[in-house]
Design a binder for this molecule. Structure first.
Ligand code: NAP
Length: 316
């Protein structure tokens, strides 16, 4: 007979890794399933400054923080599986997760920690130019645009911070924002307005992108006047970069028919991370909450694991 784990955690971002650490320390027979690399969204974050207890004089990247979190969870005995789950049956006493190869993982409890992904820019032909001019990760792709022109869509903390990071590589960076005022924190705005390589197109959205295999043209629309501006790549560059930082969408499609209560695609929990299904918890960016940060994801994971431990002990 297949093993039934005490706890299965789906997703190895900060929420899932913290849940793994706590699950292991509670001596729950814990399996942590991840389809890609550990770290989730922070795996590609260049710098993390606001996780409590970090050495502020030493630069911490998402990758280095993740590596320590992974080591710590594994030290306390969490089992690992690399798999993409395609089906989630969560309502019975035994929770069943089936991967794309047909393997079945069973648990008495499950913590859903699959996080979120960047919201698409929403322009015509966007998919065609993913990785061919369009990117959602400055850390991953900035050096590709060394000396070129780059555009950033968005006006929040991420857009402005990543735009500033991109000025270290690109010749010119233009932020395209749909309003005439940034959402980013004032301290971040002040730095941005002092940066001579940084420019702004206000009240603007990207309607359409095009090019012959690589991005070399886009149409930007002024939402107030309706005026259309055609942006063309410098012939010497042959292309330009377009980065999107306009928020995130929850990775919850997999659970659409699992019987979970949701709000705009985010999973509803109580303050103990308990969903409406017994033994099923949600932790991190995929749940309804007010602050989505590494510190709150880690806290969610710890709380969810502690509740799972209580649930399992009450079954026995
Ligand atoms: P965000 O704060 O939600 O900002 C999203 C930006 O994208 C907003 O400016 C929004 O415009 C724009 N936007 C949304 N949908 C759009 C669309 N369909 N078309 C065009 N523009 C669109 O997201 P975020 O910047 O990713 O930040 C997420 C959270 O992480 C925030 O709580 C943020 O404070 C935090 N964060 C913190 C730091 C830091 O502390 N250093 C760094 C990064 C992120 P409007 O302004 O018009 O709504």
């Amino acid at each position: 007979m297949e093993m039934i784990y005490d706890l299965i955690i789906l997703g190895a971002g900060p929420a899932g890794l913290a849940a793994g650490l706590y699950g292991g320390r509670y001596r729950l027979n814990t399996l942590l399933i991840e389809r890609g690399q550990d770290g989730g969204q922070i795996a590609i974050t260049s710098e993390i400054e606001n996780y409590p207890g970090q050495m502020v004089d030493q630069e911490e990247s998402g990758a280095t923080l993740t590596a320590r979190m992974t080591r710590q969870a594994e030290k306390f005995g969490v089992h690992r599986a690399g798999a993409t789950i395609a089906k989630a049956e969560l309502s019975g006493p035994v929770k069943r997760l089936t991967d794309t190869r047909g393997n079945v993982y069973e648990g008495k409890t499950v913590i859903l920690a699959t996080g979120a992904h960047p919201r698409p820019i929403g322009c015509k032909n966007e998919r065609e130019f993913l990785g061919k001019g369009i990117s959602f990760c400055a850390t991953c792709d900035a050096n590709f645009y060394e000396g070129m022109e780059v555009f950033v869509v968005g006006g929040g903390d991420s857009a402005v911070e990543e735009a500033m990071y991109l000025t270290k590589f690109a010749r010119k960076v233009t932020v395209i924002h749909r309003r005439d005022q940034l959402r980013a924190a004032v301290s971040i705005q002040e730095k941005a307005f002092r940066n001579e390589k940084l420019h702004f197109m206000w009240d603007s959205v990207v309607d359409e992108v095009s090019g012959d295999g690589i991005l070399d043209r886009m149409v930007v629309r002024n939402v107030k006047t309706g005026e259309l501006t055609e942006v063309l790549a410098d012939p010497e560059d042959g292309m330009f970069g377009l980065f999107g930082f306009i928020g995130y969408l929850p990775n919850t499609e997999l659970f659409a028919d699992a019987g979970l209560e949701m709000e705009n695609g985010y999973i509803r929990t109580d303050e103990d991370m308990q969903t409406n299904l017994p033994g099923v918890y949600a932790a991190g960016d995929l749940r309804v909450k007010s602050l989505r940060q590494v510190v709150t994801a880690a806290a969610d994971g710890a709380i969810a694991a502690s509740r799972a431990e209580r649930y399992v002990s009450e079954l026995e």
